[in-house]
Design a protein around this ligand. Structure first.
Ligand SMILES: NC(=O)c1ccc[n+]([C@@H]2O[C@H](COP(=O)([O-])OP(=O)(O)OC[C@H]3O[C@@H](n4cnc5c(N)ncnc54)[C@H](OP(=O)(O)O)[C@@H]3O)[C@@H](O)[C@H]2O)c1
Length: 288
């Protein structure tokens, strides 16, 4: 099986490359193929004739997206017709990674795959259009939405909190944001099951819900950290951020980010995955 990974050096992409390393993997990041270059995308993908393309490439800085709207749409939406068309022409399955940010986060019960998309940020709107463009241009697609990702080679809020728990005396964490923290390695593993499923949308997160505050407390417990965790409301957290990033527009974060998964085997619980992650990054001693 020839597997092409786009965005291969990113947090999820690097785990996907690792997970599929027993196949013939072609790992491209932006320096190998800029997904916004339509001509190159069509040419290069067809040249290598992959069986599967896993698109982890994205502009993921959601505050950045509010401030560079053109780039947000170019990378996260308008790149998709060429990727999907190239896949269709060489009969490749496209696995396109998307986000919980296509929802508004008002539904406390969580979101199923077929619920209507109601994005509330530029990033979310661009990702929602990207999904629609995939569906419009090909049939053999899997759209995989995930939530609150963390992994070894990534810049994300979870790694930022982790760093502060290890090096600082206090950290501010939102107590009114809820989601399902998800280890990128577990998403990469789940893609193997999804490849065998029919075309459609799939929600992939670690199991069980928590708030950002509960997540930080669990991290501190595992690390034996004495760092003080200050529970803040998200609005106050964003006000603070505005002081540190003057003039920067900030994305509205969905409050309840529960992606419900009806279609694949449930992933392990987020606490178990987090502990494994801390062992993988040597933040915790392995016990076996
Ligand atoms: N992180 C999360 O919490 C989260 C949650 C839900 C869904 N997702 C989705 O999961 C997927 C992977 O996210 P991630 O967290 O792994 O992101 P990431 O670490 O930012 O990785 C994205 C990769 O795409 C590359 N890239 C950016 N623009 C590109 C372009 N024009 N052409 C080719 N490559 C480009 C980036 O390179 P540079 O770093 O050099 O720009 C980076 O290597 C994305 O679709 C994202 O929307 C993420």
């Amino acid at each position: 099986m020839k597997v092409l990974v786009l965005g291969a050096k990113g947090m999820l992409g690097s785990e996907v490359v690792n997970e599929f390393s027993n196949e013939e993997v072609i790992a491209w990041d932006v320096n190998d193929l800029d997904i916004t270059n339509e001509k190159q995308v069509l040419k290069r993908i067809q040249e290598i004739e992959p069986n599967i393309v896993i698109n982890c490439a994205a502009y993921t800085d959601f505050d950045g997206c509010e401030n560079d709207v053109d780039k947000a749409y170019e990378v996260n939406a308008h790149s998709l017709p060429a990727i999907a068309t190239a896949c269709k022409r060489c009969n490749a399955t496209l696995i396109h990674i998307s986000s919980y940010m296509v929802f508004d986060g008002k539904n406390k019960e969580g979101y199923l795959e077929d619920d209507a998309k109601i994005p509330i940020s530029v990033y979310g709107k661009a990702k929602a259009i990207g999904e629609d463009l995939v569906r419009k241009h090909m049939d053999d697609f899997r759209i995989v939405r995930t939530c609150w990702l963390y992994g070894k080679s990534g810049i994300c809020r979870i790694n930022e909190i982790l760093q502060k728990l290890k090096t600082e005396t206090e950290v501010d964490v939102a107590q009114d944001l809820y989601g399902r923290p998800t280890y990128a390695k577990d998403v990469a593993i789940a893609l193997r099951e999804i490849i065998e499923k029919p075309p459609g949308i799939y929600h992939v997160t670690n199991s069980y819900n928590c708030s950002r505050f509960e997540l930080a407390k669990e991290m501190a417990r595992l690390l034996d950290s004495e760092c003080k965790i200050n529970p803040l409301n998200q609005d106050d957290y964003l006000e603070d951020l505005k002081i540190h990033k003057p003039g920067m527009k900030l994305a509205t974060r969905p409050k309840y980010c529960y992606l419900l998964n009806d279609k694949i085997t449930p992933l392990r619980g987020w606490k178990e995955a987090l502990e494994d992650y801390l062992k993988d990054t040597s933040d915790l001693k392995k016990t076996n």
